[in-house]
Design a protein around this ligand. Structure first.
Ligand SMILES: CC(C)(COP(=O)(O)OP(=O)(O)OC[C@H]1O[C@@H](n2cnc3c(N)ncnc32)[C@H](O)[C@@H]1OP(=O)(O)O)[C@@H](O)C(=O)NCCC(=O)NCCS
Length: 116
């Protein structure tokens, strides 16, 4: 059974998905006044497509409730359809492109969720 742990440290909230003692996924969000940024979400390859990424994202978004957060923003590789699908299913929409954003020069799509 997959369990989820939430760890808050200042403006940062981390979510860990565990299978027993093993961490099989994690995510992190940073809240700064009325804006929040999803820093990362990752699920171990052999645990993907079981809803773990969706649960982590849901818990990260829930962590912004009652914080006055109006928008949640993130960057995702242009080629990363899996992550973009996940984010779109929560209502994130592409708002801009950051060209050559990553070390290997791939563009980043900036996606945003309006919370209010
Ligand atoms: C993106 C990632 C976190 C998704 O985790 P996951 O646990 O597999 O996601 P879920 O099983 O909760 O899937 C939720 C939805 O995401 C989308 N999705 C997930 N994997 C997908 C894939 N390989 N192809 C297309 N859509 C995908 C689907 O819409 C899916 O819903 P569905 O299963 O009902 O079709 C995972 O693929 C991952 O760790 N990727 C590498 C790291 C990464 O790219 N992180 C994002 C950085 S911005």
């Amino acid at each position: 059974m997959i369990t989820y742990k939430i760890s808050k440290n200042g403006n940062t909230t981390k979510v860990f998905a565990q299978d027993g003692e093993n961490i099989v996924g994690c995510g992190e969000i940073l809240i700064a006044l009325d804006c929040a940024d999803i820093i990362d979400i990752e699920v171990r390859a052999e645990y993907r497509r079981r809803g773990i990424g969706r649960n982590i994202l849901s818990l990260l978004i829930a962590a912004t409730k009652d914080s006055g957060v109006e928008t949640i923003t993130l960057e995702v590789r242009k080629s990363n359809a899996a992550a973009q699908n996940l984010y779109e299913s929560f209502g994130f929409r592409p708002i801009s492109v950051r060209e050559r954003y990553y070390d290997d020069k791939e563009d980043a799509v900036v996606m945003q969720l309006k919370c209010s």
